[in-house]
Design a protein around this ligand. Structure first.
Ligand code: HAM
Length: 420
């Protein structure tokens, strides 16, 4: 017996129903917002991921050498790949470019419930729009996707990395260390780093700032803490709240939270995270914000913003909140009775499938009663029994599985009888 690798999952038919339910809701919403699908390779050059984040990121990647000695890595997310693709090939498309992508991603993490080494994301990006309108549009899509999945217990926490960065007057590498400490809520590390940089007095206001969370009024409190730093950012967040209201997003769907820092290094402006509280430790179902990557890959500076939702976690949240709709049941299961009936049964099967019905047929040669048990077990709505004598008379026996009611139906009327 072989075991699957640590941190990976198998998905059985029931699990896939849940996953496809969530994924299809995202795709429907994204397309209704005018996003179009793209796809990039599952592995990329390792350099792509170290270009912005530095070599330390390699510890979190599935990095390897191929047989030609090239350094490669499985994608840990899609944004970096999409921006590489944009800078190399998509720049001539009309802007703003709105794209979405779904698929698997890989991170070398310590696995636990909701945190895997292979997981799935639903991702959307807007490249080259005006920052405020684009940020509002991606937030609206993220929140509306939650609604479309039927999740009630969700809240987007919105922060602004530009505000935090303007309060940390250090070179980017030092800023990154401080932001990492803030992201991990590691106040000890924050203190030590600020002491190293000779700015220990920033520790108290920063500690205070990251505790602030609530409605628009929180922005006033945060402004008081920061003094002159981040003025523009606060105005921006107020305007964003106004736009979100225009999208019909209720004030209870989001909060401002100055402690949202994000784990990835490329964010520059508005950032957000979405939690589903009933998931326990790994409750963050999504995150995103405005970032700068196009320039690193040789593109011109444009506004870039987007988000990714964690499909594995969303499927768990949807299950916990009981929102998953069952997949469409099989319309009919055909039971040929006797070998001579099989050829005609296959012809009927094919014509029903061509007419758009979901139809299965006995592949084992079981007797009628065992076949009815099977039809029941696979959830078919009708069983269609085809015996030689009935076929000669141009009839089938159609049994409604839920009620057990059986009717003789002329073959010409079979398709209509399945519509009921
Ligand atoms: P992220 O916050 O790293 O952002 O990941 C987004 C979501 O993917 C998380 O909120 C979580 O639900 C899910 N996720 C991440 N790691 C795991 C894991 N190991 N196991 C299960 N689920 C996981 C990004 O990836 C950015 N690229 C989002 C973005 C797009 N920003 C701008 N554009």
């Amino acid at each position: 017996m072989f075991e699957r690798p640590r941190g990976t999952n198998d998905w059985g038919p029931e699990d896939m129903t849940k996953r496809r339910f969530v994924e299809s809701r995202f795709i429907q919403r994204a397309e209704s917002f005018g996003f179009r699908e793209v796809s990039t390779p599952t592995f990329e050059s390792l350099d792509l991921f170290t270009a912005k984040s530095g070599p330390a990121i390699v510890r979190e990647l599935y990095a390897f050498k191929d047989q030609g000695g090239r350094d490669l890595a499985l994608r840990p997310e899609f944004t970096t790949s999409i921006l590489r693709f944009y800078a190399s090939s998509l720049r001539s498309l009309p802007k703003p470019l709105k794209v979405y992508m779904t698929g698997n991603a890989f991170r070398y993490e310590e696995p636990q419930k909701g945190r895997y080494r292979e997981f799935h994301q639903l991702n959307a990006e807007i490249l080259g729009g005006a920052p405020l309108s684009s940020d509002a549009e991606v937030l609206a899509l993220a929140i509306e996707t939650m609604r479309a999945i039927g999740l009630k217990q969700v809240k987007a926490r919105i922060g602004h990395l530009g505000i935090l960065r303007s309060f940390l007057p250090f070179k980017p590498a030092d800023q990154a260390i401080l932001l990492h400490a803030l992201d991990k809520r590691n106040l000890e590390m924050l203190d030590a780093e600020l002491a190293r940089l000779g700015q220990k007095d920033l520790s108290a206001p920063l500690g205070e700032l990251i505790q602030l969370s609530g409605d628009v009024s929180v922005l006033k409190e945060a402004e008081k803490v920061l003094g002159r730093a981040g003025k523009e950012g606060f105005g921006y967040l107020r305007d964003l709240a106004g736009l979100l209201a225009a999208y019909g997003i209720s004030a209870s769907d989001f909060a401002f939270d100055m402690g949202v820092v994000r784990g990835l290094d490329y964010y520059t402006g508005m950032v957000f995270e979405i939690d589903s509280p009933n998931l326990g430790a790994e409750k963050q179902v999504g995150g995103g914000g405005a970032y700068d990557l196009a320039e690193i890959f040789g593109g011109e500076p444009i506004a870039q913003t987007g988000f990714a939702l964690g499909l594995d976690r969303l499927a768990m949240a949807a299950e916990a909140e009981g929102t998953i709709e069952p997949s469409r049941p099989l319309d009919a299961y055909i039971v040929p009775i006797g070998d001579a009936a099989r050829t005609k049964a296959v012809q009927i099967l094919t014509s029903l499938r061509e007419a758009g019905f979901g139809v299965d047929i006995d592949l084992v040669g079981r007797g009628p009663s065992k076949n009815l048990d099977y039809a029941n077990a696979i959830g078919a709505r009708y069983a269609v029994l085809l015996g030689e004598r009935e076929l000669k008379a141009g009839h089938a026996t159609v049994r409604e599985m839920a009620t057990g009611v059986q009717r003789e139906i002329a073959l010409a009327d079979l398709a209509d009888s399945l519509l009921g």
